[in-house]
Design a protein around this ligand. Sequence first.
Ligand code: ITT
Length: 195
Amino acid sequence: MEKLVFATNNRHKLEEVSAMTGGTVKIVSLAEIGCHDDIPETADTFQGNALQKAAYVYEHFGLPCFADDSGLEVDCLEGIPGVLSARYAGEHGNSEANIAKLLDAMKGSENRKADFKTVVALILPDGKTEFFEGRVDGVITMEKRGEGGFGYDPIFIPDGYDKTFAELGENIKNKISHRAKAIAALCEYLKRLPK
Ligand code: ITT
């Protein structure tokens, strides 16, 4: 398979994943296939949402594709915001408001542990479906730090580092992130497919 549609409306994800898949497969965006729909995402698990997004493209456009559903799980909030990460404060994709709400919800908490998770759903030309997962553990800062990345990156420090994803920059983030791990597993799988 030379080309694979990435069913996302998040341009940051598209940029990250395009940088990760390099020589393995050419990533095609939704815009490139003429899909401008608001793809439904109504499941209550990462796996369910990833499959829903990929299945939408496969059913409407008949193309092999994959989707990423991801989010931040905070230990002291029992996994919140989780699948609601993009719209935690109400408006989809309002990272400023999401971060403000999260820091407020964690006020006074000494347990700052959290993880980012990604589930990728892949649908092959014959409809066969596969899932790939990635996770990175870390801690939530007391305030925003750094300008890079997107979403919750300015408040997440991955274990083994002392800078947030937004400070570390794309080269490091794209090697160690939840998404990097899930996409590496996807690429390994694609490489083993019969030509
Ligand atoms: P698509 O569904 O169109 O792919 P989306 O942004 O709605 O785009 P999700 O439903 O998977 O994607 O929500 C993921 C949210 O989790 C995202 O909007 C961020 O708020 C957060 N998130 C996921 N990965 C992240 C990362 O690498 N860095 C920071 N925040 C991230």
